[in-house]
Design a protein around this ligand. Structure first.
Ligand code: NA7
Length: 490
């Protein structure tokens, strides 16, 4: 890219925002700032510090393609290693100099051809291009349970873990059994005096071998890129990410049978107690919810000082949780592993585009963006991992890299002076949304008989509903006929 000196603001210094910084520098764009509301980089890996935190996609795939990491300690590495990877990479590529911390944006308004940003700190900025890299699972979902304010012990969300609280000798209740709840139970069973797992909907659990890589293995990955590539192919095969996506999008019955059989065998063989096994048996199709990979949850929940609670929570009382069988479960700590509001993205930021259109107007029914990247009336405002973006179980880091390539092509038009403003047309977004929703209704997220964070308020899956190959092809080059462009720039 060369030409007009664009001023770019990136929102967020998590995985996608750091990627944007690296790629801007690579393209010779130095006139940019990354605005980060917290005081550290890392996004989800900064916010989540709960015991047992790991990635749920294979480690060697959870890196930027240009910065592989031979040193991961295991197949599903702990969160601290991932946070360290991003900190290291951010500073290695010189991106840290471009980040301004403690700058939460209150509003962004498009006026006279540029974006005017106002921070809660009172600071302001003006940009030609805004890249929102604000993350998908970022806003904790804290359901209100009657009486929760009255609890005498400590109560917090998994993404706001209170490390000042000692777990020793404590009775801990964990609500929720997504990847987070399962990882916490696996880590704490046997450590606490008692750990109770409150499960509303049993989940399918895929077994995974998470044996640490040996020193020799890591040395080989370091010295021999071909060995690392080979390990990645094995990881890919084990995680079967491609077949996973095919099941979701194409109702590939053979692949579906593989996933179902593996999870079922894990349940049958992994849980000896028949009563516990039946309580843990899901009533929906595997993959309807994001599949959980765990090497040890079934052992953990069978621990003598662990308990599965499937009775409904009726209320929280000063001493603990009351369930609908009338029992009071006395607890010292309650952890809400209740997931995230996956429809928030840049909100609560007030974003106003052309002719006074606001993000709330455009997203009144549901968050939407053409290819998860561009919105009509919001010129030169592009998103990484925007609405309806996740592709099957593919690591979001890989998705962001493809999206960046596409955004860079849009920015080239601005930089060359071909046009001064670029955003998808209303018609192109509507056509895209109609096709996306129709395809989404054929996926297992919709047909599989469950609710999950993949579904929006109307029950429509908020994901890329086609296969990975189509996603990659779409990201190669914009279909320029989908875009409305302002007059040539100077
Ligand atoms: P998830 O996967 O959204 O899981 C949230 C869990 O919390 C799930 O088991 C929910 O049960 C449960 N939940 C939510 N609200 C309630 C209430 N009110 N009462 C009882 N239980 C509740 O979030 P995670 O943090 O585990 O994982 C998010 C992603 O991060 C994951 O997919 C990976 O990609 C990494 P439900 O199933 O709705 O009955």
């Amino acid at each position: 890219m060369s030409g007009k000196d664009l001023r770019v603001v990136v929102i967020g210094a998590g995985m996608s925002g750091i990627l944007a910084g690296i790629k801007l520098l690579e393209a010779g764009i130095h006139n940019f700032t990354i605005l980060e509301k917290a005081d550290r980089i890392g996004g989800t890996w900064r916010d989540n510090t709960y015991p047992g935190l790991t990635c749920d996609t294979p480690s060697h795939h959870y890196t930027y393609s240009f910065e592989r990491n031979p040193d991961w300690s295991s197949y599903l590495p702990p969160g601290t290693e991932i946070q360290a990877y991003f900190e290291r990479t951010c500073s290695k590529y010189g991106v840290d100099r471009y980040i301004r911390f403690n700058q939460e944006i209150a509003s962004a308004r498009f006026r006279d051809g540029r974006w005017h940003l106002h921070m809660k700190s009172g600071a302001a900025d003006v940009a030609d291009v805004v890249i929102a890299a604000t993350g998908v699972l970022h806003h904790p979902n804290m359901p209100h349970i009657e009486g929760m304010e009255s609890f005498r012990g400590r109560l917090f969300h998994s993404a706001r873990w209170d490390h000042s609280v000692s777990l020793e000798g404590k009775r801990i209740g964990v609500i929720g059994n997504g990847s987070t709840g399962v990882q916490i139970i696996s880590a704490l069973a046997g450590q606490a005096q008692l750990i109770e797992h409150y499960v509303r909907t049993p989940q399918w659990i895929m077994p995974v071998d998470n044996t640490p890589y040996s020193v020799e293995q890591r040395e080989t990955f370091r010295s021999d890129p071909a060995a690392l590539q080979a390990a990645m192919r094995i990881e890919e095969f084990l995680a079967n990410v491609n077949s996973y996506t095919q099941v979701i999008t194409r109702e590939d019955m053979e692949a579906a049978a593989f996933w179902k059989a593996s999870c079922l065998q894990n349940l049958e063989q992994g849980v000896a107690d028949p009563v516990l096994r039946e309580k843990l048996r899901p009533d929906h199709e595997p993959l309807c919810k994001r599949l959980i990979f765990s090497p040890d949850y079934y052992q953990a929940i069978a621990h003598p000082r662990a308990a599965l609670v499937t009775d409904r929570i009726t209320r929280i009382e000063p001493a603990g949780i009351r369930t609908n069988d009338g029992e009071l479960h006395e607890l010292d700590i309650i952890v809400f592993a209740t997931g995230f509001k996956s429809d928030q993205f840049m909100r609560p930021m007030q974003i106003t585009g052309q002719h006074g259109i606001t993000l709330e107007d455009l997203w009144a029914q549901r968050p939407k963006a053409y290819l998860a990247i561009s919105m009509p009336g919001f010129p030169n405002f592009f998103m990484l991992n925007g609405p309806n973006g996740p592709v099957g179980n593919f690591p979001l880091i890989d998705i962001a890299e493809h999206q960046w390539h596409y955004i860079a092509r849009l920015m080239e038009r601005l930089r060359s002076g071909d046009c001064s403003e670029i955003s998808v047309s209303k018609e192109a977004l509507e056509k895209f949304e109609t096709e996306r929703i129709a395809a989404a209704k054929t996926t297992v997220w919709f047909t599989g008989g469950c609710r999950s964070w993949y579904l929006d308020a109307e029950g429509i899956p908020s994901s890329w509903p086609w296969d990975y190959q189509r996603f990659v092809a779409e990201m190669r080059e914009p279909d320029w006929s989908a875009y409305a462009m302002g007059p040539p720039g100077q």
